[in-house]
Ligand binder design. Structure first.
Ligand SMILES: [Zn+2]
Ligand SMILES: [Zn+2]
Length: 153
């Protein structure tokens, strides 16, 4: 699916389910990782995760579009557009949109298994740790050198 096809689909669903036009831009953003879509408050554009579509298919994408359009239409009309707002919940129900979008499994795993890497400045020995540690309190087990935290994502 291209950005143009996505744009058309969003416009179509907006008219069909909300009876209101979608007047901004919809496009895929490859940097989105943990969510299926994201409504941008400043530009009013909506970004979508192509992986959601590739992994879960068109039905999932339609659900994500409807969910994001709920944020969009409520925000533009100055209504409660946040997940906790009653306006938002009511509109989700009305159009049959999912409350939350399926998160993408491989990314979910990545974040839950996050590790901190500590490296000895002297001998370069690396120490992966589940929890963050105080580098001022610990030294390298091999050479007693200082440890530094490596930046990981
Ligand atoms: Zn949302
Ligand atoms: Zn060392």
């Amino acid at each position: 699916m291209t950005d143009q096809e996505l744009q058309l689909l969003v416009e179509e669903l907006s008219l069909h389910y909300f009876e209101l036009p979608f007047l901004h831009k919809a496009y895929f953003n490859s940097r989105l990782r943990t969510t299926g879509g994201r409504y941008l408050l400043r530009s009013h554009n909506i970004e979508f995760n192509k992986k959601s579509y590739e992994i879960f298919g068109l039905e999932e994408l339609r659900g994500i579009i409807l969910h994001e359009l709920c944020h969009y239409h409520l925000h533009i009309r100055g209504r409660g557009y946040k997940h906790r707002d009653a306006d938002f919940r009511d509109l989700l129900k009305k159009v049959g949109a999912p409350r939350f979008c399926s998160t993408i499994e491989e990314n979910k795993k990545k974040t839950s298994s996050r590790t901190y890497i500590y490296e000895c400045v002297e001998c370069k020995q690396r120490y992966p740790r589940k929890k963050r540690m105080n580098v001022n309190k610990y030294r390298c087990g091999k050479c007693r050198g200082h440890l530094i935290e490596q930046i990981t994502d």
